[in-house]
Design a protein around this ligand. Sequence first.
Ligand code: COA
Ligand code: MG
Length: 294
Amino acid sequence: MQLMRSWLFVPGNRPRMIQKAPTLGADVIVYDLEDALPSAEKASGRRLVAEALEAPAGRSLRYVRVEADPEPGLEDARAVVGPGLDGLVLPKVSDVSLLHRTDAALGALEAGAGLEPGSVRILAMIESARGLLAAPAIAAASPRMVGLFFGAEDFTLDLGVFASEEEGPDEMLYARSAVAVAAASRGLVAVDRIVPEFRTLEPLAADTKRARRLGFGGKGVIHPRQIACVHQSLAPSREQVEKAREVIQHFEQAHREGAGTLQVEGKMVDRPIVEKARRLLRMAEASKSEEYEL
Ligand code: COA
Ligand code: MG
């Protein structure tokens, strides 16, 4: 099972952070050539990121977030497509036309670099009202699509929400759910918004658990401390693992005895519940427990 739980954003102009990134245990590194990069540092940023991709890959997948504007975005892509690149993160995707264009451009770049056609994958960021309404089509736009990311800061900016407004736990519930459902409709991973607070981890842990309940399998992170917190918050708890084992055991026994439905501790158990229990165990197996301190 390829886990894509933590997507660590690393500014493309910070050599120290670029050097550290492969050692931090993130599932995916996202070298950022978009928002985090002042335009004066664009050329040197592209060079730094291209160099980083030439170094041997650690355990992390390596993606690059290119600029939203298609022309400089394609320039960014040209600078980084090569054997070390796993995919691009496309910001501010509002309809499928950008994806079709990027798809074609990547095909040519792959051919030029001697790569398998389709090997460079795409994570599309949904961060506007238009993007949200087009999310199902965006998820289906290309076989390169690996997932959808919910970009909350730009999304709320688009919606006219004030930054200072107090956030409740159900904030952006509709938008987050819509992104998770659109991703699932094509079997893609849904990656939830970043939590800017990194000194204390409680807000991130709570937000990640909520995201998991909505169907997200990943979370954007901006600081090394956030990585293990996300992995642990997405992993099933020991209690959930025990429950899942129990459900499967009872189900298999009932099955042997010819019964289709059964009860475990006063709750009805049937096929989808058993399937979820099996998936939970696979997830628990795949995500080794990582300790972190709140
Ligand atoms: N990737 C890799 N390494 C990082 C990192 C990141 N995103 N964020 C911090 N680090 C490293 C630092 O270099 C530092 O290592 P060092 O002491 O060995 O040099 C260590 O982790 C601890 O960092 P800390 O001092 O706590 O934070 P900071 O003040 O250096 O950086 C931020 C704080 C927020 C500026 C930084 O985490 C950051 O730039 N994050 C990414 C932001 C981003 O990409 N935003 C746009 C996309 S949403
Ligand atoms: Mg943004």
